[in-house]
Design a protein around this ligand. Structure first.
Ligand SMILES: Cc1cc2nc3c(=O)[nH]c(=O)nc-3n(C[C@H](O)[C@H](O)[C@H](O)COP(=O)(O)OP(=O)(O)OC[C@H]3O[C@@H](n4cnc5c(N)ncnc54)[C@H](O)[C@@H]3O)c2cc1C
Length: 322
């Protein structure tokens, strides 16, 4: 079986979820199978020095531009699929991947399964566990190959980074596809980290919509201060203007990996998990025992966050240093 693991990166860095796509393919590869990493973007050199867990790398080098629209990425991937004839294409659930996976499935006629968390091999088919309803329901599916799977970042461990054998790197110019693309990506707005950089925080207290209103964030902020943690929020909290955008965790926010992640009133939608599921220790507080955040939490409390935060803050203040 031949598998293409789609990867991404910008400037001189590859996205961590790229290594997860390679590992997802590796996890179902049997002897004699081949895992081919596909990359399109400016970070082709970084891809060649990171994706050694794949058997080969096909890199479409957008040397002059970080602005690669999904339309161009999909076209480059389609050409690669036509040349390689893979049995399986793994695409990350990313802004780019959302467009690319649909394009590939529509044009090849292959089935597409989205929000994939688990993949097991069964002869010519795959048994796949995919999320539905923001992760509240898990669907067990059997899909015949060839197929396209859009895999949730955070669902698989990252493969060990390392260089790809130079003889196994096939590089070509992505610029013609970018220049002829009907969609032009004009700019990428990178956040200014002068205020806070959650990506380097060791402890994070994250509030979700369960916090109720802006004023109530103060009780979580006080707990964060006691814990020496940064305060963060899920997207609805940020969309409501209760916390600044730089403090949003998730797909369209920051990807964090603190030693402690305390999630208060966060449901654990896939887009949120993408930003925090690799934290060393996740503690979740939610009144709903079926909240998907408990699927990734190491410890969980099914209770009202206000009760827990109040008594935890009191206990910590009563015995500092514990
Ligand atoms: C393309 C795209 C990108 C996205 N990017 C992001 C992103 O970067 N980050 C992000 O977070 N989301 C993102 N989302 C949104 C995501 O799908 C969810 O809607 C969002 O994460 C839900 O936020 P939440 O958990 O705070 O709210 P909800 O899903 O409303 O959950 C609130 C939770 O609080 C619990 N609760 C309520 N009251 C209490 C209480 N008193 N005590 C304890 N628990 C309580 C409830 O049981 C519930 O589980 C994105 C969505 C899309 C489509």
């Amino acid at each position: 079986m031949k598998m293409i693991a789609c990867t991404e990166g910008r400037s001189d860095r590859v996205e961590a979820f790229s290594l997860e796509m390679i590992n997802a393919a590796r996890s179902i590869a049997a002897a004699g199978d081949e895992v081919v990493a596909f990359f399109a973007g400016q970070a082709a050199k970084a891809a060649a020095s990171s994706f050694g867990a794949a058997d080969r790398l096909i890199a479409a080098d957008a040397a002059g531009s970080d602005l690669i629209p999904a339309e161009a990425y999909a076209r480059l991937l389609r050409d690669t699929i036509a040349a390689e004839q893979p049995d399986l294409v793994l695409v990350p659930y990313s802004a780019n991947g959302l467009d690319v996976a649909a394009d590939i499935a529509a044009r090849t006629g292959w089935p597409l399964l989205s929000y994939v968390n688990e993949i097991k091999r069964d002869g010519e088919s795959l048994n796949v566990v995919a999320q539905m309803y923001g992760g509240k329901v898990l669907a067990e599916c059997v899909v015949k190959l060839p197929a396209v799977l859009m895999v949730n970042p955070g669902a698989f461990e990252e493969a060990m980074p390392g260089p790809v054998d130079a003889a196994k790197v096939q590089q070509f110019d992505a610029m013609p596809a970018i220049e002829s693309s009907r969609v032009k990506m004009v700019a990428i707005d990178v956040p200014d980290y002068a205020d806070v950089d959650l990506t380097t925080a060791e402890r994070i207290v994250c509030v979700g919509r369960g916090i109720g209103d802006e004023a109530s964030i103060d009780i979580a902020r006080d707990l964060a201060t006691i814990l020496g943690a940064e305060i963060a929020g899920s997207r609805p909290v940020v969309d409501n203007g209760w916390l600044p955008k730089l403090r949003q965790v998730g797909k369209s926010g920051q990807k964090v990996k603190p030693k402690l992640y305390l999630a208060l009133g966060v449901s654990g939608a896939p887009e949120h998990l993408e930003g925090m599921s690799h934290a060393d220790l996740i503690i979740a507080v939610n009144t709903d025992p079926k909240a998907p955040i408990f699927n990734v939490a190491h410890y969980g409390a099914t209770c009202d966050l206000f009760d827990l935060v109040a008594s935890l803050s009191d206990r910590l203040q009563a015995s500092p240093g514990r």
